[in-house]
Ligand binder design. Sequence first.
Ligand SMILES: Cc1ncc(COP(=O)(O)O)c(C=O)c1O
Length: 370
Amino acid sequence: MGESIPSWTYQYELKENRKTYIELINKVFDSGRLILGKELETFENNFSKYIGTDFAIGCDNATNALFLILKSIGIKKDDEVITVANTAIPTVSAIRQSGAKPVFVDVNENALIDTTKIKEVISSKTKAIIAVHLYGYPCDIEEIKKISDKYSITIIEDCSQAHGASIKGKKIGSMGDFSAFSFYPTKPLGAYGDAGIICTNNLEKYELLKKLRFYGIEKDYIAEVNGYNSRMDEIQAAILNFKLKKLEKNIEERKNIAEIYYKNLSEEIFSPIPMPINSNCSYYLVPFYFSGDRDRFQNILMSYGLGTNVSYKNPIHLMKAYKDLGYRNNDLPKTEMFCQHNISLPIFNSMPKEIAYDVVNIVKKVLVKF
Ligand SMILES: Cc1ncc(COP(=O)(O)O)c(C=O)c1O
């Protein structure tokens, strides 16, 4: 049996909005401007207002957004950047691309950076911390801030999975020195292609970042600094402007789906990965901890046509590309444990509730076998 319930699809939300998207694309076609035009300017303004920062810089994706942030703070070879290995590869590849060395901290019971372990890895070479709000669960930014203030380290929030999440009423992405968001299609606010954005309150860095994303140019095609190409196109910006208006409603609907799962599926062998207290998450994923053989569980669910998501299966510190960093098995025990046992149930924008109940029925049927 193939996958009859996918872990993610854009087809439901496309069906709802296709007509509007076509109109928006036609508007861009007619505008005569396909890159760095009015749509991006409007989206940058709307998004920074929504997050609660003074500035936003639209980029081609979040990997490059993170890279540009690191470049803007003058990261150079042999500097160190602290982050987690329980993240998407791009968090780490952006650090590598900047020339710096990634330094990993293990995670806590929420699968997020364990703030009690950060001090142990700070050295004279530490320049930044990238806090990853994995699954849309907010990291303890207040605690990270205390550490970064003490050691003068830049805080970069990787909000690629956390659009609209908040802590005590403050939006994720507004509390660090910089934040990067991905609009990869699977995200709660997803483009119809690649896109990303940087948010900051720092005027000087904002001006530098705008140059860095456009070959180092401010105007007149004169490069003032060594730059790159990391522009968001007008079609993605137009679609994101429209989707931003629906983000809060989409998060609410995602929460309703998650609650169907939480209410009906919580057993000793299969329980939700706990959300941090005092925070609202974005419901990017609904991650569970399966304490048995997760891969077998996932395969059996698939034989019933149910697709699931594992984020992530392989810990980054043990991947071939990062062997030179010298990490070994069991160096980050909680990270390795989550990689072995996490599994997320289907969730996507405009997901009908009936599908969530079908998911519950299949999972219940399969759990009996364990
Ligand atoms: C935590 C995290 N960081 C960074 C990225 C990179 O985003 P992009 O694909 O837009 O470069 C992603 C995307 O999957 C992500 O989930």
